[in-house]
Design a protein around this ligand. Structure first.
Ligand SMILES: [Zn+2]
Ligand SMILES: [Zn+2]
Length: 355
């Protein structure tokens, strides 16, 4: 007889199937092989997206409604906050787990150790980059075993000992990091609830502000200033997509950004100007729409910005003409090209015409 335990609120599909296997006294693979023959679960990121056909098959075989199964995937549950989630596209805010056969190579599945030890439920919202704390326990989320740094992989977990790391055999430790900046981080994640106000920063603008701090030198300088203001140590050398950052670094970025968002628009604009961040710098980091930046920040930047532009800003603004100049010099050495480019910037900065 097939026993079914209803899924918990916000539970991932793999977590629910893992608990189902426990109910039947089987390892996860044997359970899915028997109850869902021919359906791939563990060798793919099933918690992110599933095809209509697969959802229908799982729903039918395990006696659930289509909506129940769909709501256990990120695409089904958070589709309206996130952009469209498809099988292979990159969706901002979703942290990648790096599926490699049955292993996980990236630390995208965060978990609250206390919640997980209580009932072995893994939540969908822990996959979203704006969450870095557990609301219930006010503790930091973990993204790996504290001893061996291996990501949580339910497939390998012993059904009867979900509290033991499959890799090193140690108990999964509760987080010893205190709730430092819990208020800032939880305020930041509340910005993504559907009821945010009209003039509040939209997800696109927030992401632009975050990636700015990981990019050009002005952005990293801004990050150091914002961190100093709340007494945090800035991130050392994090680059690239912020969804790929580990949870400890994301704490710093989220807390620093939220603190400055709370100081208000004027202060943000002053900070941007002081650090030489122009609208072109910000545009380099746009992904999709950034309504709040376009409507509120750029007009302010344009009226207030009167300081002479920095060399780096000219570089960003004049990228295309500079490339043209560079192309002209392709026959000469790399060094000559760089010199030609530097000479052009000098000329532009002095406001003179090219001889
Ligand atoms: Zn918790
Ligand atoms: Zn371990």
């Amino acid at each position: 007889m097939h026993l079914v335990r209803p899924p918990q609120e916000d539970e991932t599909l793999s977590s629910w199937l893992y608990r189902q296997s426990k109910l039947h006294g089987l390892p996860p693979q044997s359970y899915t092989a028997l109850s869902l023959p021919g359906v791939e679960i563990w060798t793919r990121d099933a918690d992110r997206w599933l095809s209509e056909m697969t959802i229908r098959e799982i729903a039918c075989r395990l006696g659930q409604t289509h909506a129940t199964i769909e709501s256990m995937t990120l695409a089904g549950r958070y589709g309206d906050v996130l952009d469209e989630v498809r099988e292979y596209n990159i969706v901002h805010w979703i942290m990648p787990v790096g599926v490699y056969h049955r292993r996980r190579r990236r630390h995208g599945q965060q978990f609250c150790p206390e919640c997980y030890l209580e009932n072995s439920v893994v939540k969908l919202s822990w996959r979203l980059a704006w969450n870095s704390f557990c609301e219930k326990h006010q503790c930091s989320l973990s993204d790996a075993c504290a001893i061996c740094d291996e990501p949580l992989t339910l497939f390998y977990m012993d059904p009867y000992h979900h509290s033991v790391c499959f890799n090193c055999g140690h108990d999964i430790a509760t987080s010893d990091e205190s709730g430092r900046h819990y208020d800032l981080c939880s305020a930041f994640s509340r910005r993504f609830s559907p009821s945010f106000m009209e003039d509040a920063p939209d997800p696109g603008s927030l992401r632009t502000l975050m990636t700015l701090q990981l990019g050009q030198s002005q952005g990293r300088h801004l990050h150091r200033t914002w961190c100093n203001r709340i007494g945090m140590v800035p991130m050392a050398g994090a680059r690239g997509r912020w969804e790929c950052m580990r949870v400890a670094e994301r704490h710093v970025l989220i807390a620093a950004t939220e603190a400055v968002l709370q100081t208000g628009l004027d202060r943000i604009v002053d900070d941007l100007i002081e650090h030489g961040v122009t609208r072109e710098c910000l545009r380099n980091h746009h992904v999709g729409q950034s309504f709040w930046l376009e409507q509120y920040v750029y007009p302010e930047l344009d009226t207030k910005q009167c300081s002479p532009k920095s060399r780096a800003n000219y570089k960003a603004e004049m990228a295309d003409p500079l490339k043209k100049i560079q192309r002209k010099h392709t026959s000469v050495s790399r060094r000559a090209r760089a010199e030609a480019r530097a000479r052009c910037i000098d000329i532009m900065l002095r406001g003179m015409h090219q001889p």
